[in-house]
Design a binder for this molecule. Structure first.
Ligand SMILES: Cc1cc2nc3c(=O)[nH]c(=O)nc-3n(C[C@H](O)[C@H](O)[C@H](O)COP(=O)(O)OP(=O)(O)OC[C@H]3O[C@@H](n4cnc5c(N)ncnc54)[C@H](O)[C@@H]3O)c2cc1C
Length: 394
C-alpha cells in the first residue's frame, strides 16, 4: 500500500499532558501540529497519576484556555502537613509565598486538554505503531509510523519528543552526546484510590519508623493514599484491609482517628527513581516532560516540571514562527535544565528526608528525624520548602 504523506510545522510524539499542552499552546498561535499517541484515548485517560498543580501550571493551563474547570472542580490548597511519628507541623504556603497549589488530577487535566484540542480540530493519531524519526539534521525532518494498517510519513520543521519515560524520541540523541543521570531509590510506593472522604482537607506527608505515608486526595469524595513499601513487594501482598491498617499506623493519631476506609478502586506499586537526561535538544528534536526527566512523586513535581518545559519550548516555537528567531529554541535545553535540576534536587531531598531506610541505616533515620524537628522550628527552612512546593518561577 502506498505511504500517505502529511505535512506539519511541529510533529509531537506522545499525547500525554506534555504533548497535548504543547499542541494546544501552538495551535492557539496558528502553528500547525500533529500528535502521535501510541495508546487509545481511553487508555491515556484511565491512567491515575499526578494530583497537585503548582501555581505556574495553573496559570499556564489558564492561558492556554484550559483552566476553567480547575477553579470549579479543583481545590485550592494553602498549605500542607508534615508529620514525624505523632509530631506534626504545617507548611503555610499562602502566608509564606503569597501563592497556593491546586489539587486537580492529571486525569482531569488530560480530559480538559483533549476537549480543547478537539475544539481546535487538532490532528491526533491514536494507537500509532513503529514510530521512526529521520533527517533530524536537515531543514525538514521526517516521521514514519503505522496507523490502521497504513504507513504514513510526516514532513515537519521540528519534532517534539513528549513520549514519556518509555518513549523512543530520546533514543535519537546520539549516545556520544547524551548523558543520563540516574538514582534508583531502595523503596517503592504502593498507592490506592478510594471513593472515601479524604481524612484531612490538606495533604499529609508522614514520616514514620514503619515507613513513609502520604494522605492525598482528588476531590471531596475521592482519596489517594500511598505507603512506602520495599522494592520487592507485590500488589497481591497488599489486600485493602492490610493497606488501611498499615496506613493508619503511620499517620499521627489526631488525623488517622478520622479516616474513612473503603474498597480501593485502583491500586499500583511504583518504583522510585530520579533521572535527568542531558541535553534536551539535538538538531530538530526537542524533549519535554518525562521523556527527559523522572522523579519520585514526593513533592508532586513530575507533571509540573513537564509543564514548565512546555512553557519554555512553546515560547521557542512561537518566537521562531512569529519573529523568525531561533534564539529561544537554541536556549531551550539550557533554560529548561536549570529548572529541572533545581526541582529534581528538591524532590530528591524531600524523598530522602521523609522515607525510612532499613535497620542498617539507623543513623540516617535518626538524622532525618532531627532535621524534621529543625524544620518545624525554622521559619527559614519552611520558606525554602514552601517556595519550592508552589513551584519556582519560570
Ligand atoms: C504511577 C505514577 C504516579 C505518578 N504520580 C505523580 C504525582 O503524584 N505527582 C506528580 O507531579 N507526578 C506524578 N507522576 C508523574 C507524572 O504523571 C508525569 O510527570 C506526567 O505524566 C508527564 O507527562 P508527559 O506527557 O511528559 O508523559 P506521559 O504522561 O508519560 O505521556 C507520554 C505519552 O507518550 C506516549 N508514547 C510513548 N511512547 C510512544 C511512541 N513510541 N509513540 C507515540 N506515543 C508514545 C504514551 O502512551 C503517553 O501517553 C506519576 C507518574 C506515574 C507513572
Amino acid at each position: 500500500m502506498k505511504t500517505k504523506n502529511l505535512k506539519t510545522q511541529v510533529a509531537i510524539i506522545g499525547g500525554g499532558p506534555s504533548g497535548l499542552l504543547l499542541s494546544q499552546i501552538l495551535m492557539k498561535q496558528n502553528i500547525d501540529t500533529i500528535i502521535l499517541e501510541a495508546q487509545s484515548r481511553e487508555y491515556v485517560l484511565k491512567r491515575i497519576r499526578a494530583g497537585v498543580l503548582e501555581h505556574g501550571s495553573v496559570e499556564l493551563l489558564k492561558n492556554a484556555g484550559v483552566g476553567e474547570r480547575i477553579f470549579c472542580d479543583g481545590k485550592k490548597h494553602d498549605g500542607f502537613i508534615i508529620s514525624s511519628g505523632e509530631d506534626s507541623f504545617r507548611i503555610d504556603l499562602s502566608t509564606i509565598t503569597g501563592k497556593s497549589v491546586y489539587v486537580y488530577g492529571q486525569t482531569e487535566v488530560t480530559i480538559d486538554l483533549y476537549k480543547a484540542q478537539d475544539e481546535l480540530n487538532a490532528q491526533i493519531f491514536h494507537n500509532v505503531e513503529n514510530v521512526k524519526i529521520s533527517q533530524l539534521d536537515s531543514d525538514l525532518s521526517k516521521i514514519r509510523f503505522n496507523y490502521l494498517d497504513q504507513t504514513y510519513e510526516i514532513t515537519c520543521d521540528f519534532v517534539a519528543g513528549c513520549d514519556g519515560s518509555m518513549g523512543i524520541s530520546k533514543n535519537y540523541i546520539p549516545d556520544k552526546i547524551k548523558k543520563n543521570y540516574i538514582v534508583n531509590y531502595p523503596f517503592s510506593w504502593l498507592g490506592i484510590l478510594s471513593n472515601t472522604k479524604p481524612l484531612n482537607h490538606e495533604l499529609i506527608y508522614a514520616s514514620h519508623d514503619r515507613g513513609f505515608a502520604l494522605a492525598s486526595m482528588r476531590n471531596e469524595k475521592l482519596s489517594r493514599y500511598y505507603i512506602q513499601t520495599s522494592n520487592t513487594d507485590k500488589i497481591e501482598q497488599w489486600p485493602d484491609e492490610l493497606f488501611w491498617k498499615e496506613l493508619i499506623k503511620r499517620l499521627p493519631k489526631e488525623y488517622s482517628a478520622n479516616i474513612e476506609v473503603g474498597k480501593s478502586i485502583e491500586k499500583s506499586i511504583t518504583k522510585l527513581r530520579s533521572l535527568i537526561l542531558e541535553p534536551m535538544q539535538w538538531q530538530n528534536l526537542f524533549l519535554a516532560g518525562d521523556a527527559a526527566h523522572i522523579m519520585p512523586p514526593t513533592g508532586a513535581k513530575g507533571l509540573n516540571l513537564a509543564f514548565s518545559d512546555i512553557f519554555y519550548l512553546s515560547e521557542g516555537f512561537i518566537n521562531y514562527y512569529t519573529k523568525g528567531s531561533l534564539n529561544k529554541l537554541n536556549n531551550y535545553s539550557d533554560k529548561a535544565l536549570k529548572r529541572v535540576w533545581k526541582t529534581v534536587e528538591f524532590s530528591k531531598w524531600m524523598t530522602s528526608i521523609l522515607h525510612t531506610l532499613g535497620d542498617n541505616n539507623k543513623l540516617m533515620n535518626k538524622l532525618n528525624k532531627k532535621e524534621l524537628q529543625k524544620i518545624k522550628k525554622s521559619k527559614n527552612a519552611q520558606k525554602v520548602i514552601a517556595n519550592q512546593y508552589v513551584g519556582l518561577p519560570y
